[in-house]
Design a protein around this ligand. Sequence first.
Ligand code: PLP
Length: 389
Amino acid sequence: MPRIYLDYNATTPLDPSVLEEVINTLKNYPGNPSSVYEEGRAARILIEDSREFVKSFLDADNSGEVIFTASGSESINLAVSGSVFAYMENGEKKMPHIITSQVEHSAVLNTFKFLERQGVETTYIGVNEFGELLMDDLLSSIKENTILVSIMGANNETGTIFPIKQILEEVKNIREEVLFHSDIVQVIGKNSFSIKDIPLDLCSFSGHKFYALKGCGVLYVKKGVKINSIIHGGHQERGLRAGTENTAGIVSIAKGLDVFKTDMNEEIKKINTLGSLFLDKLFYSIEGIKLNGHPVNRLKNTINVSFDGVKSETLLFNLDLYGVSASAGSACNAGAISPSHVLRAHGYDIKRIESAIRFSIGRFTTRNDIEYAVSAIKKGVLKLRANPL
Ligand code: PLP
């Protein structure tokens, strides 16, 4: 039986050329990049070359704006908590106010919850049934002590794309000094991105979403933006992220971006075509299904659907037996039974939420995979509908 992997939003397999670079780095660059002798200097060169590459990929001005971290989650924690701590250290009397959306990844939401427990004021903006941000609510919630707005580039569960360029402009029109952070973990490696086009103050992304290693990420910090470190120790990464650098992870990020950039247009075209094919086949083959999230403004690789009369956990279990890997909600919540906070924010009824499954395709998905997956999904859905629990 084949294994069909349809969970690219949870993580991607390593690209073979990334793997090659990683092996080369692990074998031939064992030095601590902070050491001044030959082995250290060699590792340092690899890291600084990678930083330069990431800078160019983002279309940024300065490689000093690129901070390597140990995950997307860490980048987000550093951006959000680091902004708050920098503001508080500045001797400001009033507690800061920070704003995000209700549909963010738990890395953002739980950082907000943590800061809330320290007395920071927080606001969580809702979305409509298509996952679009309630813009009026966002703009009217900006106050004199608002220091940061954090809105994701694309949602990991539904694939809904947020118009962050426009959101950023509207926020800055109200208060220029409010920092704007975006979790672009699901954007990088799927769509093109330029910081010149979308002049964010801070943005976070993660290697394992674009065929690089797990456990490495990037925080872009625009020149002049002040954030405090949240991990204390050595002076690595401009003093913003203590700890000996993960040379192989950092190299994998640059290589992963390089591979993506080289074939970007072709890959986006292929994935868009396969994504549409998958969606069409699903809707054509199975009755009683609903697409969750935005019907148009979505990452075409992400298909989040609810199957009437079927519990997602049971269907996922059956799909696994048929060789198909998918998930309900985000990877971090996949083991939990609580209904998706993202779909709840859309206002869907509980039955629709409890029957939702996210399929996400990627670089190695083929037309045959889609054909096989759709017939497995159909088989599972019909079986479960015939034998309701
Ligand atoms: N933000 C989003 C939108 C994600 O999808 C993920 C990973 O699933 C993260 C943040 C966290 O990234 P990492 O797994 O590198 O910590």
